[in-house]
Design a protein around this ligand. Structure first.
Ligand code: GDP
Length: 196
């Protein structure tokens, strides 16, 4: 079943479904072209046919069963590149609303990896006091011959930045389910940590 597209994702409401299960906002960050929309679509289980009909949606809601428990994720694909000299309310809003972040780069583009590190720093400065799950994602792992970022380099970066790391291929649907299941587990770990 394909996920439901969600037009309004920035409100504080916990979803229109009226379900009791917890819902979390997961914001995708990263340079243009790294595969954020492709990952969001793979998460949502959309086929090309659906994409034509639902073009322009920026948030997808789906309930995942992880370790025998259900959790609803609202995956938000609304990140925009910085425009020169522009103070963007939209960008800072994106950095504020997430319960978890997926920072995507392409393994074929070292520049996008450097941007991912910058995004991690921005996120840390905006959400200083909070311990939010952040996953560094090296997408396009199928393009092995064009690799510019090694797994070792990315792992070291993730360790330095205190985030999880996974390589995915949205094109081949490789590790996409694992990525979002990992997000759910990270969110649950934080919740458990807060319980008295
Ligand atoms: P966004 O700008 O970050 O949302 O990136 P898109 O999802 O629009 O993807 C940009 C381009 O990269 C598109 O042509 C996608 O088909 C392609 N792409 C995305 N993910 C992958 C992947 O895992 N492997 C390959 N080979 N191409 C991909």
């Amino acid at each position: 079943r394909a996920a439901a597209p969600r037009g309004s994702w920035s409100s504080e409401s916990s979803g229109s479904s009226g379900c009791w299960e917890p819902q979390y906002r997961v914001v995708l960050l990263g340079d243009p072209g790294v595969g954020k929309t492709s990952l969001a679509n793979a998460f949502a289980g959309l086929q090309e046919r659906d994409l034509l009909e639902q073009h322009g949606e920026v948030a997808y809601e789906r309930t995942l069963s992880v370790d025998g428990e259900e959790t609803t994720l609202l995956v938000i694909d609304a990140w925009e590149p910085e425009r020169r000299g522009e103070e963007s309310w939209h960008r800072s809003h994106c950095l504020q609303v997430g319960n978890a972040y997926v920072i995507v780069y392409s393994i074929t583009d070292h520049g996008s990896f450097e941007s991912a590190a910058e995004l991690r720093i921005q996120l840390r400065s905006m959400r200083q006091a909070e311990d939010i799950p952040i996953i560094l994602v090296g997408n396009k792992s199928d393009l092995v011959r064009c690799r510019e970022v090694s797994v070792e380099e990315a792992r070291a970066c993730a360790m330095m930045f205190d985030c999880k790391f996974i390589e995915t291929s949205a094109a081949l649907q490789h590790n996409v389910a694992e990525l979002f299941e990992g997000v759910v587990r990270q969110l649950r770990l934080r919740l458990e940590g807060k319980e008295p």
